[in-house]
Design a protein around this ligand. Sequence first.
Ligand code: PGA
Length: 265
Amino acid sequence: MTKKTKLKLVVANWKMNPNSLKEAKKIFDTFKKLIRQSSGQAKNKNVTTVFCPPFPYILPLKKSYLGNKIFFGAQNIFFEKEGAYTGEISAHILKDLSAHFVIIGHSERRALGETDEIVSKKVLTSLRSDFHTILCVGEKERDSEGKFLFDLSEQIKNSLKEIPANLMSKLIIAYEPIWAIGEGKKAMDAKDMHFISLYIKKQLIKIYNRKIAKLVSILYGGSVNSENAGEFITESECDGLLVGRSSLNPYELSKIITNVSKSIK
Ligand code: PGA
């Protein structure tokens, strides 16, 4: 989607926040007001925003929005269609909630035991169900010998093990180095993301081919804020950003979007 229309994607990953629907609505309403003001100055037309709140907030937030620039997504999906799977959520249920995007394989889920094999099954289910599917990858730490690049390529290869080429057009890969995610962490140097994007594309060419690699959008995630967002777009030419903490602050998020928009050449 982002490729053909030259749109950049900003994905808000709210994780397990906020604590109530009331708070979620407040953040979303403030964001809408801010973004309406900046759109009034003809900005932000080239950015698509996706909100991925906790499951129960998706539909109420979607219902409170009448426009067509904001989409909604989920932070997980299960690979079975329906049945006795306590605590899981299916593609059908997510469709019913009006989700168009799904985040899969986030490092916080991998830390809870989600393996590449599970991730691959989930990516398959999600793509088959026609969701824009955001596959998260990223190393725990960096080493000077570049072993992390090998680990990254293995993670990509294994997470895409089940995915046939004909389903790849809705795949988005979010590179999120674990050492850059969360409170007290620092974002990666934006200039390094250019190399990482090329490296990921190279892996996709190896697994599939050049045409498929071109179709896949690449996002950066990890301590993105309004100060570094624009730089990631200009310096690395990535297709967008996956934003955690800063996306819960509507002022920060709207600034991120404005700065991304301004940075598109
Ligand atoms: P952060 O999280 O922006 O709070 O570092 C990013 C993510 O985990 O997706």
